[in-house]
Ligand binder design. Structure first.
Ligand SMILES: *Cc1c(COP(=O)(O)O)cnc(C)c1O
Length: 391
């Protein structure tokens, strides 16, 4: 597959055809696989022969999904998981023991922060949370027992951009594993492997499915690192179902074309919002006035499908805006064909108190838009009419 483009790989990576010579890959809804004879069963179990054994270990649909993602992200190996959070959790605990220390980004998905603050400490792992852009504190937080660092870029929901080369460098120098959640960018916009990041995790629930249907996740990296995640998953069971893998692998076929439109719609909306008198500050990685515009341009093909902004006024104004939207959905998901408006302070980040929210850039009047694939003129008309209610 060398030299083939993203679109071609995502469409033409398929598991082997069966005797029926089907054009589209079938769904392998089977929990186990039979052996040709007793010797074959024994060889597969003791690893002298490769083959499917049980769908908690492998399945043609999950294998195809992961093979495709590995090619798109340029990693050697990967595992698929039941959800994005299963991928996040597995990528951490597969490498950690009591007494280890980890450094995580303060600007992370709410449930990921919960793992750092409440789950890992119970297991005897010490966690330090640092602002994504505060390079000095990241460096100063490294200790002799620091095992891994974890971050997302662009971050949720304030769309901060991490300098991936910086993180790869400090990890290599200190023998630390670097993990990046690439959910917002998708492999079409950004490949952490190109900057030297060891492990990439995905919530496939978002743009990879892209139509709000199934949960799923993935962890990608070197064979050496991924074998630890595989062992953990195979023993503990948070693996991806064949049905969800079948959906997700087919969804990857259209990822490139969908991301192009998500990004062009989002760019148009960000530019329109920027000059609006009822809006305070618009965040979109590819607006030239953003602090990390050059870095975003270096790391990402396009600016992504998320736009964030503050409505002039308090949380009441934010609620008025949400309640008057006619086309946008009110839901906490993102990366769907349908455009979505979210109020992080009262939903995804409501576990943080107001001071903690402000510390990570989430004001009471902060809104996150996941720009969908409807016509951009209709989306702007909807935002415009709803903003008028906040006057
Ligand atoms: C949604 C999300 C997750 C979790 O994914 P699920 O599939 O919902 O478990 C992790 N990271 C980021 C950045 C997300 O947006």
């Amino acid at each position: 597959m060398e030299n083939r483009a993203f679109e071609t790989i995502s469409i033409r990576t398929q598991s082997e055809k069966t005797n029926h010579r089907e054009h589209s890959v079938p769904l392998y809804l089977t929990s186990s696989f039979s052996f040709e004879n007793a010797e074959h069963g024994s060889a597969i179990f003791n690893g002298t022969e490769q083959g499917n054994l049980y769908s908690r270990f492998s399945n043609p649909n999950t294998d195809e999904f992961i093979q495709k993602l590995c090619l798109l992200e340029n990693y050697e190996a990967g595992v698929s998981t039941a959800s994005g959070m299963a991928a996040v959790y597995t990528s951490l605990v597969s490498f950690l023991s009591a007494g280890d220390h980890v450094i995580g980004s303060k600007n992370s998905f709410g449930n990921t922060l919960y793992i750092f603050q409440h789950i890992l400490p119970k297991m005897g792992v010490e966690c330090t949370l640092v602002d994504l852009e505060d390079h000095e504190t990241w460096q100063q937080s490294i200790k002799s027992n620091t095992k891994l660092i974890y971050l997302e870029t662009p971050s949720n929901p304030t769309l901060k951009i991490a300098d991936l080369s910086f993180f790869a460098k400090i990890c290599k120098e200190n023998n630390i594993i670097s993990i990046v959640d690439n959910c917002f960018a998708t492999p079409y916009l950004q490949t952490p492997s190109a900057f030297g990041i060891d492990i990439c995790v995905h919530s496939a629930t978002k743009y990879i499915d892209g139509q709000g249907r199934v949960l799923g996740g993935a962890i990608l990296g070197s064979s050496e690192l991924i074998k630890h995640c595989y062992e953990f998953l195979r023993r503990t069971g948070a693996c991806l179902s064949p049905f969800n893998a079948w959906i997700l692998s087919k969804s990857l076929e259209t990822l490139a074309i969908r991301m192009e439109r998500h990004c062009s719609n989002a760019m148009t909306i960000a530019n329109w919002l920027k000059d609006h008198p009822l809006i305070d500050h618009v965040i979109y990685p590819f607006l030239p006035e953003m602090k990390n515009y050059d870095l975003a341009k270096k790391q990402m093909r396009l600016g992504g499908g998320l736009v964030a902004f503050e409505i002039k006024g308090d949380s009441n104004k934010a609620f008025t805006f949400l309640n008057n939207l006619k086309l946008h959905s009110l839901t906490a998901n993102l990366g769907d064909t349908r455009s979505i408006a979210t109020h992080p302070a009262s939903t995804t980040h409501s576990k943080l108190d107001e001071a903690q929210q402000r510390a990570v850039g989430i004001a009471p009047n902060f809104i996150r838009l996941s720009v969908g694939l409807e016509h951009v003129d209709d989306l702007i008309t909807d935002i415009d009419q709803s903003l008028k209610h906040t006057k």
